[in-house]
Write a protein that binds this ligand. Structure first.
Ligand code: SF4
Length: 224
């Protein structure tokens, strides 16, 4: 038995259902659904918004140019893909890479929620603005990228989307600095599980001028 509200007992079971899923209109235009890939017990879960063309054709997340860049960035931590789990908010490609519609996100959300419950990551790394806003609606990616934000018993680390780095190479340096904060984010998440740890948000004063602490209730924020 698991704590998720569906009957999935493993990320493999979720993947099997995603592959055949017809819960929203995106199943009509996809080639392959993209459930996600990586370690089912990863401490770090990466979440993008939705699959692109390459992902749709091969059924794997982040395998195009943006995916190759993500691999390079992970190597700087250092991490390998097999150390983390990578998925998306919606598991099927929106036509023309448009933003997913609210009803499509709602239909797909049980899969993501169950993946989070079963993988039980310490750190959720969102890739891009849209994915960040699912967890941190008041966030602004230009301000909040690279911040370690308590969210429930985990921490959120919003990053730019690798595709944004390809479009704007000036973001490469901040992206590299942000992704190198993953080990620190894991350490922060472990402190959150200590009952006497005070609520706080650590910020890197050298790279972030916004030193205002988040409200004390951030730690109690629901995941969605
Ligand atoms: S996007 Fe999600 S809900 Fe929609 S068909 Fe694909 S797997 Fe099912």
């Amino acid at each position: 038995m698991t704590g998720n509200s569906h009957s999935w007992a493993s990320v493999g079971e979720i993947a099997a259902e995603v592959i055949a899923c017809e819960r929203c209109a995106l199943f009509r235009t996809r080639t392959l659904a993209v459930p996600g890939d990586g370690s089912p017990s990863a401490a770090v879960l990466f979440i993008g918004e939705g699959p692109g063309q390459n992902e749709d054709e091969q059924g794997l997340p982040f395998i195009g140019r943006a995916g190759k860049l993500l691999d390079k960035l992970l190597a700087e931590v250092p991490l390998r893909r097999s150390d983390v789990f990578i998925t998306n908010v919606v598991k099927c490609r929106p036509p023309g890479n448009r933003d997913p519609e609210p009803d499509e996100v709602a239909a797909c959300m049980p899969y993501l929620k169950a993946q989070i419950e079963l993988i039980d990551p310490r750190v959720i790394v969102t890739l891009g603005r849209h994915s960040m806003l699912r967890f941190y609606p008041e966030g602004k990616i230009s301000n909040d990228h690279g911040r370690i934000i308590p969210i429930g018993s985990r921490v959120l680390l919003p990053l730019y989307h690798p595709a944004a780095i390809l479009r704007n190479p000036r973001l490469n340096e901040p992206m590299l600095a942000d992704i190198k904060r993953i080990p620190e984010a894991v350490r922060e998440s472990l402190l959150l599980r200590r009952p006497t740890t005070p609520t706080h948000v650590r910020q890197d004063a050298e790279t972030h001028n916004d030193t205002q602490p988040l409200a004390n209730d951030v730690e109690q924020r629901p995941l969605f």
